[in-house]
Design a protein around this ligand. Structure first.
Ligand SMILES: Cc1ncc(COP(=O)(O)O)c(C=O)c1O
Length: 364
């Protein structure tokens, strides 16, 4: 009997698209640990103290049952104040938070207008949502507005615009001010995924939507596994929306809460973002240096795509650089559009300017 999964894997191998898990090795040009907080001594000590004091190892249940610990609530109060939002809700991962937001807030009859380069986790949520969706050309504000008008003409109830603030594979930035202006003009909501901005961009590292926080039509997803160096995601929104998510989101209700340890770690990481602005300054100096060595027409941030084109060529180039001691990864279809395979250069505090220079020499 043929095994259908084996056949699919063989096809992936033939197309040079088969993925595999490999151990961590080489100088870090691929993680999203932008501020180097995954190894922050102060956060580590705080977690060790909390564990020594008897903090529960596991949450023990859903937040709605016995899994709601003081660490979750403390984090949410702290995060709401930190980001300047009315309310905040902590979830286990950014993927889950996106699925939760898109399957819960937009209702049947609504339309989600989504940037074509939106992250897979948001697309997954949109796919599972009862609302319909329309894609618009990347960062094209006019295309976004045209899509809203089309949706309204077809009788849409509420409209939800879905974007990232810093795009995860291109490193470019969304025109949030213009998008919010359109949202206001059309009575629409704006959902911003700040995964690659939180901790790095915006005032005090609060993300690029921070200047608009507190608006009733703004929902923001801050993931905690990237610059914060931990795990999970914080959704900021109005108190009513938070309450509705708690009451209606299957992906919030029917799952074990993240560990109290995880919530405490995220709160400490936010405190580090607040108290150690020099980390952000150092990172931005490194980013500038990296842009001098790797000029990009697309990116203005810590994510710099080194465009290659074909999947196989990108994979081979990544392998060559990995063999020289650099941990840099090829990004291929379907993560990026066909023909736009690339190396995704990620600048973090885990490298020095010398490391960037060495990568540039190896890349030439
Ligand atoms: C833009 C964006 N949103 C959401 C996620 C998912 O976040 P998490 O890794 O916490 O599940 C990612 C990470 O891959 C991302 O890049």
């Amino acid at each position: 009997m043929t095994n259908p999964f084996q056949e699919k894997l063989t096809t992936l191998s033939q197309l040079e698209k088969r993925r595999e898990l490999i151990p961590i090795k080489g100088i870090d040009f691929s993680s999203n640990d932008y501020l180097g907080l995954a190894h922050h001594d102060g956060i580590r000590q705080c977690l060790m103290d909390a564990l020594a004091d008897g903090m529960a190892l596991g949450s023990g249940g859903s937040r709605l049952l016995r899994g709601n610990h003081p660490e979750h609530e403390n984090l949410e109060s702290f995060a709401a104040e930190f980001f300047g939002a009315e309310a905040a809700l902590y979830m286990a991962t950014g993927y889950l938070a996106n699925v939760c937001v898109f399957t819960t807030l937009p209702q049947r009859g609504d339309v989600i207008i989504v940037d074509e380069l939106e992250h897979a986790s948001a697309k997954e949520g949109i796919h599972a949502s009862l609302a319909k969706s329309i894609k618009f050309a990347h960062n094209d504000v006019q295309a976004c507005e045209d899509a809203i008008k089309r949706a309204r003409a077809n009788g849409a109830k509420d409209i939800w615009i879905a974007v990232e603030s810093v795009y995860s594979m291109d490193g470019d930035v969304a025109p949030l001010d213009e998008l919010l202006e359109i949202a206001d003009r059309h009575g629409a909501y704006l959902i911003v995924d700040e995964a690659h901005a939180t901790g790095v961009h915006g005032p005090g590292g609060k993300g690029l939507a921070a200047v608009f926080e507190g608006r009733e039509n703004l929902i923001v997803v801050h993931t905690c596994g990237k610059a914060l160096g931990q795990a999970g995601a914080i959704v900021t929104c109005t108190t009513v929306m938070k309450d509705y998510i708690i009451n209606a989101a299957r992906s919030f209700i029917y799952t074990t809460a993240p560990t109290p340890l995880s919530a405490l770690a995220v709160q400490k990481a936010l405190e580090v973002v607040r108290d150690e602005p020099e980390r952000r300054e150092q990172l931005h100096a490194l980013i500038q240096h990296a842009h001098q060595k790797f000029p990009s027409d697309i990116s203005t941030t810590q994510i710099i795509p080194l465009m290659v084109g074909e999947d196989g060529a990108a994979f081979a180039l990544a392998k060559q650089l990995q063999a020289k001691g650099f941990d840099i990864r090829a990004i291929r279809t379907p993560t990026v559009p066909k023909g736009s395979a690339r190396l995704r250069l990620s600048v973090t505090l885990n490298v020095t300017t010398d490391d960037i220079d060495a990568l540039a020499s190896a890349y030439e």
